[in-house]
Write a protein that binds this ligand. Structure first.
Ligand code: AMP
Ligand code: FE
Ligand code: FE
Ligand code: ZN
Length: 278
C-alpha cells in the first residue's frame, strides 16, 4: 500500500495537469494520492475523475500559505469542504495577493533582465496559483537561467533583492479555519531550513493546541536528525506523522512515492475528516 499525501499539479506550480498527475501516480504504483496545490482546490474535479478511471484513491487537499511573523509556514489541509466560504474566500485572497506579488517581482526583474509580465503569465495555467516557480520558468524561457533550481539559487532566493514576501494569514488561526471547514490540518515540511527561516517549537505547539493532529516528517528537505526530532515531538503530543514526495512534475527533483505515509496515519486522517475521531 503506497500512500503519497503531498503533490502539485498545474493548478499551482506542478508541471502536470491534475489528470496527468494522477496518471503519473498510477504509473509509479501509488494507491493513495493527495493533490495539494498551493492555495487552490481547482484541480480536485479533474484529478478525481482521472483517479476513478485509473483505480487510484484520491485525497483532495491543499497546501495553504501561512506565516508567523516573517516565517513562512505551509499548512496541508486534507478533505476540507471546498464550499466553506471562510476558507475558500481566504484562498481566493491568497491567490490574488500572489498574483500581485509576482507582478511586482517581475517589474523589479524586468529592469535587469529580458522579462515581461506576459512571459510569466504564459508559464501558468489559466486560474493557477502563481508563484516564484512560474517566474523561474519565464526566466528559463528567456535564457536568463537554465532551470528552476538555478533561479531559486540566484535571483529568486529569499535573500535576493528581487524577492518580495507574501503577507499570509496566521498559521495557528489557519489550523482553526481548516478544522471549521471539516478538514484535517497537517504542517508541511516544518524543519525545511533550505527554504528560509523555520518555525520554533512554541509555534508548532500552538498549532497542536489549536487542534492540528499530525505533522509531515518524511520529506526530502528534512535531515535524519530533523525526522528523529519530529517523531519525538509527535510522540510527546500524540500526533500522527506523514511522509510525502511534494512532487512538482519536472519542476523539482522530488519523485512520486519517494516518501510515503503509513496506512495507520492515513486511517487517522480519514477518521478525523469523517468525524469518527475528534
Ligand atoms: P512562493 O510560494 O511563490 O514564494 O514559491 C515557493 C515555491 O517554490 C515552493 O512552494 C516550492 O514549491 C517552489 N520551490 C522552492 N524551491 C524550488 C526549487 N529549487 N526548484 C523548484 N521549485 C522550488
Ligand atoms: Fe510548490
Ligand atoms: Fe511547501
Ligand atoms: Zn508542496
Amino acid at each position: 500500500m503506497l500512500i503519497d499525501l503531498h503533490a502539485h499539479s498545474t493548478a499551482s506550480d506542478g508541471t502536470e495537469t491534475p489528470a496527468g498527475l494522477v496518471a503519473s501516480a498510477a504509473h509509479a504504483g501509488i494507491d493513495v494520492l493527495a493533490i495539494t496545490d498551493h492555495d487552490s482546490t481547482a484541480g480536485w474535479a479533474e484529478a478525481a475523475e482521472a483517479a476513478r478511471a485509473l483505480g487510484v484513491l484520491l485525497v483532495p487537499g491543499a497546501e495553504i500559505t501561512t506565516s508567523v511573523g516573517a516565517v513562512s509556514v505551509h499548512l496541508l489541509s486534507y478533505l476540507h469542504d471546498p464550499g466553506d466560504t471562510d476558507l475558500s474566500d481566504l484562498l481566493a485572497d491568497a491567490r490574488a495577493t500572489r498574483l500581485h506579488r509576482a507582478r511586482r517581482m517581475t517589474e523589479l526583474l524586468s529592469a535587469d533582465f529580458p522579462l515581461t509580465w506576459d512571459d510569466v503569465l504564459a508559464q501558468a495555467a489559466v486560474g493557477a496559483t502563481v508563484g516564484r516557480p512560474h517566474v523561474a520558468d519565464a526566466l528559463v524561457a528567456a535564457g536568463v537561467v537554465r532551470s528552476r533550481d538555478e533561479a531559486f539559487a540566484s535571483v529568486l532566493a529569499t535573500t535576493s533583492p528581487y524577492m518580495l514576501g507574501l503577507g499570509s494569514p496566521d498559521s495557528v488561526e489557519m489550523v482553526r479555519l481548516v478544522l471549521r471547514a471539516g478538514g484535517v490540518p497537517v504542517v508541511a515540511h516544518p524543519l525545511a531550513r533550505s527554504r528560509g527561516a523555520i518555525i520554533d517549537e512554541g509555534v508548532l505547539e500552538a498549532m497542536v493546541e489549536a487542534g492540528m493532529p499530525g505533522i509531515e516528517v518524511d520529506h526530502r528537505d528534512h535531515s535524519s536528525e530533523d525526522r528523529a526530532w519530529l517523531r519525538a515531538f509527535a510522540r510527546r503530543h500524540g500526533l500522527f506523522t506523514t511522509g510525502s514526495s511534494d512532487y512538482h512534475g519536472s519542476g523539482k527533483r522530488n519523485r512520486l512515492g519517494e516518501n510515503s505515509t503509513t496506512p495507520g496515519s492515513f486511517q487517522r486522517i480519514v477518521a478525523i475528516a469523517t468525524g469518527l475521531e475528534a
